[in-house]
Design a protein. Sequence first.
Length: 104
Amino acid sequence: MGALWVGPEQLVYWGDREQFGLSREQVTEVERRADSGSTSMLGGIAHVILHVKQHDGSIRQIRFHNEGLLTMGQKRIAMEQLAQAIGQWHGKFVSAPEVGQRVV
């Protein structure tokens, strides 16, 4: 569990187990993907997944989830809002894809 702030220069995540800040240059791709094995797919939710370049050159994927919402519809709307905020910050529009489609 944690919180994400979209700041002018970086994304900042502060969670129970991990904390980090990401610059635009570190985020190489913003992907939207529906998880076919999850109940979230029933609500039409395509998760936001960041592809982040690590110091050693490897790419780490960070997948965001919504918590504290009662319905799948609320979760879908919140995920769309998150995707728009991250897309605007990163400089790319990130639309919800069809199942299995990648957005680069």
